[in-house]
Design a protein around this ligand. Structure first.
Ligand code: SF4
Length: 281
């Protein structure tokens, strides 16, 4: 067994949360720059240029890329040969979130109760934590502050197996058309397919953790990602919903085996303020 002192996780998690809220992901910046060049609609070009300027201002002034600094979402891969000592992981992650949002002057956006007592918790906790036990002796922490604008336009469908690829494409395109400018396009579109009701939603979110420029390792899925991206970019929604051919920058699909009678599909939309990091201990 390998021991990890849970207290040693606080500072790296805190620093990563502050960093990703301020410094734009380099692949995203280069994607915005290349799409600005290829965009033909002058208004869309102007908006893309503004997003690039915004990222540069955030970096040089050390201020967040967006006022909505999000819910703090974590995907943990805990190696089964690790022993976490002198504390518990959930408390530690919440401590790191509270310190990051306070010391980094990030907006605190979490309320205590969704319906009756919408009081701000004042430290952006609790974090949303998904944990998976994996083999080995590493602890991998993927973190993703995610704003509400794009999350609110995300959807889940329970299709019939006969709906197939056409049914999935219709769900994705319908979701993006209905969302319009609300999720702050250009988007990264995370799609989960298979599993069951809750698995497919998690797959859609996990799909957003992939590198912006990667391709699905299986050609069928890689081709589906590409064809969906092309169809989405023909919808003329464009940057911030004001028209143009840059509605999405990437489509990422993750799948899981499912029941013979099911075809769950989830679409998790991610805005251009695409913030995530991975830390390995
Ligand atoms: S959707 Fe994204 S870019 Fe728009 S306000 Fe929310 S976090 Fe910011």
């Amino acid at each position: 067994m390998r021991n990890i002192e849970v207290n040693s996780l606080v500072t790296p998690i805190k620093e990563a949360l502050i960093r990703v809220n301020i410094d734009i992901n380099p692949s995203l910046l280069s994607k915005l720059k290349s799409t600005e060049k290829s965009e033909t609609n002058p208004l869309s070009q102007e908006i893309l240029k503004t997003l690039i300027d915004n990222a540069e201002i955030a970096e040089s002034n050390r201020i967040p890329l967006c006022q909505d600094t999000g819910s703090a979402i974590f995907f943990i891969e805990l190696g089964q040969e690790i022993c976490l000592i002198n504390g518990d992981l959930t408390t530690t992650i919440n401590k790191a979130v509270a310190e990051a949002y306070s010391d980094g002057y990030l907006r605190k956006s979490i309320v205590t109760d969704p319906l009756f007592r919408r009081n701000n918790t004042l430290n952006n906790t609790p974090a949303i934590i998904h944990t998976e036990i994996v083999k080995g002796d590493k602890l991998t922490i993927h973190l993703m502050p995610k704003g509400a604008g794009s999350e609110n336009m995300s959807r889940l469908f329970m299709l019939k197996p006969a709906d197939g690829v056409k049914g999935l494409k219709n769900c994705v395109l319908e979701t993006i058309v209905k969302a319009g400018g609300n999720p702050c396009p250009p988007l990264i579109v995370g799609i989960g397919v298979g599993g069951n009701f809750e698995t497919t939603a998690l797959l859609a979110k996990k799909a957003l953790l992939r590198d912006l420029d990667d391709h699905h390792p299986e050609p069928m899925y890689s081709e589906l990602e590409q064809s969906l991206l092309e169809e989405i970019n023909c919808l003329n929604i464009g940057p911030m919903g004001l028209g143009g051919k840059t509605t999405a920058l990437a489509v990422k699909i993750e799948y899981f085996p499912c029941h013979i009678a099911s075809l769950p599909v989830a679409i998790n939309l991610q805005c251009h303020s695409f913030r995530h990091a991975t830390i390995v201990f």
